[in-house]
Design a protein around this ligand. Structure first.
Ligand code: SF4
Length: 492
């Protein structure tokens, strides 16, 4: 297929050329709606219902989609957006260890309004679509191209056997980077489902063993050990662990669709869930964390799979005493507030409570879903205040109100906690990127949390050493001229 000569024009009045984060949500949404993206925006509203926290308060949401694409083998990922957005996204992706080049199709006002940007994207996709190197090419429209109606759905579905997937991931439609992972994971699953429906597909690598056992697909970017732990838990039930979505290679999508049931370990994957439902697969929420979480999850899975009680009990009995033992050996005796935007906050809080912690508040930037209800009810029954679509203000208010021994949260929460001499840990890097499930997860949080709490005296020493620095007359640079003019400030 060659590059078409047709230029797909974009309506000049509807473009949001220099808008981005700063234009305001309604301006960008109006522009996108006028540019023909109404259906896409309505789907986002349905998948990612908004609350008091409508706008990203975290990193650019598109990072979630970018990350999913960059982690996948034989997949090229291309961004279409403002240079400043792309700079930030590539910087963040490499900060988080991406070993892959991020493709970029730049634009200016002229190429945006004349439709030349779409032509440039199409040309880039044709250049990239080499089946020796890639299974798929992903193109991600950021805010401005989405608001301007750049029609990625008009890209060819495949070129030389390489799948082409174009998605819109605007900050004014997708509230968190967690949910942006779902946008791409769901789009890939939809594509794979259409391939499965069309005829035989390639056999996933490594499927030779245990092919007769029904598999449980797992949804969520979990720590690699967690997938192995869950696989061990499933053995007494006559089940095996299936692929983890987002997958690491394209063929795993077929194996995932071929599962017997889907474990929604991270509960915000709405588009992914829709594809599994369309494929007729049952879904279950929560995750096997701690004693009660593991028991409830295995029992629920056994019901979903209609297994005999004896087999369910065998699986449960094989786990609980070991998990209980590890939890008792690694206690956490602390009052904790916890917040984050990864979507795994509720299961982490469950594990902390089973470790002995007094968790008072859990805030998550993600919305409530069918798959987080059970965890929410469990936490509330243990006296925890749970806030979905929590804002930074909610998280700070909770920290100020409950005065925890340790605050686990996002960067600004951790920063504020340090100012108050409260030990704190960053949820994304230090807590969510650890094993959580079963025995392996049981003791994984205690050491890092107890070490941080033990450093409280150091915080207090630092606070007294720096007392007053950065406030009042000790703010900024006080030149002799300023001191003589204002009569305030100066050394001391
Ligand atoms: S793409 Fe991300 S960084 Fe750029 S304007 Fe949108 S939300 Fe902001």
């Amino acid at each position: 297929m060659t590059v078409s000569d047709t230029v797909i024009a974009v309506d000049r009045d509807t473009t949001a050329e220099v808008a981005g984060c700063h234009a305001g949500e309604s301006v960008m949404r109006d522009a996108a709606a006028n540019a023909g993206k109404t259906a896409q925006l309505e789907q986002f509203d349905q998948d990612y219902p908004k609350g008091p926290h409508d706008q990203p308060q975290s990193m650019c949401p598109a990072f979630g989609s970018l990350r999913v694409g960059l982690r996948m083998r034989r997949t090229a990922t291309v961004l279409s957006g403002s240079a400043c957005c792309v700079y930030g996204l590539t910087f963040t992706s490499h900060f988080y260890g991406a070993k892959r080049t991020v493709g970029y199709v730049p634009f200016d006002s002229e190429s945006l309004v004349t439709g030349k940007l779409f032509e440039d994207i199409r040309e880039a996709v044709h250049e990239l679509a080499n089946p020796d190197e890639y299974d798929a090419v992903v193109v991600i429209n950021l805010c401005v191209p989405t608001a301007s109606g750049v029609p990625l759905d008009l890209l060819p579905d495949e070129i030389n056997g390489v799948r082409i997937i174009g998605i819109d991931v605007p900050g004014f439609g997708v509230p968190t980077h967690a949910e942006a992972k779902d946008v791409l994971a769901g789009a890939m699953l939809r594509y794979a489902r259409s391939e499965v429906q069309a005829g035989p597909v390639a056999r996933p690598a490594g499927l030779e063993t245990d092919t007769t056992l029904p598999s449980i697909a797992m949804v969520g970017e979990i720590f690699p050990v967690d997938a192995i732990t869950i696989g061990r838990m499933l053995q007494p039930m006559g089940l095996k662990a299936g692929p983890v979505i987002p997958t690491r290679e394209w063929r795993e999508l077929y194996a995932a669709l071929d599962c017997a049931a889907v474990a929604m370990l991270h509960p915000f994957y709405a588009a992914t869930a829709r594809e599994f439902k369309a494929a007729g697969r049952p879904l279950l929420g929560s995750a096997p964390v701690g004693v009660e979480g593991t028991r409830d999850w295995l029992a629920h899975l056994g019901d979903v799979m209609n297994l005999p009680k004896k087999r369910i009990d065998a699986a449960i009995n094989a786990q609980l005493s070991a998990i209980r033992g590890v939890l008792q050996e690694n206690p956490i005796d602390a009052c904790i507030t916890l917040s984050g935007y990864e979507g795994s906050e509720l299961i982490v809080a469950r594990l902390l409570i089973e470790s002995g912690a007094n968790v008072r508040y859990v805030g998550t930037a993600c919305a409530k879903s069918d798959w987080s209800i059970h965890d929410c009810e469990w936490l509330e029954s243990h006296g925890v205040s749970v806030k979905f679509r929590a804002s930074l203000e909610d998280d700070l208010y909770a920290m100020n109100t409950f005065e925890p021994d340790i605050a686990i949260g996002t960067t600004p929460v951790v920063q504020r906690a340090k100012e108050l001499s409260i030990p704190s840990l960053y949820f994304t890097n230090l807590i969510s990127a650890r094993p959580l499930m079963g025995v392996a997860g049981a003791g994984s949080l205690a050491q890092v949390i107890n070490t941080a709490i033990a450093g409280r005296e150091r915080f207090e020493a630092m606070e007294s050493f720096f007392a007053g620095v950065g406030s009042g007359a000790k703010t900024g640079i006080w030149t002799p001229q300023i001191i003589s003019r204002s009569g305030a400030g100066g050394p001391g």
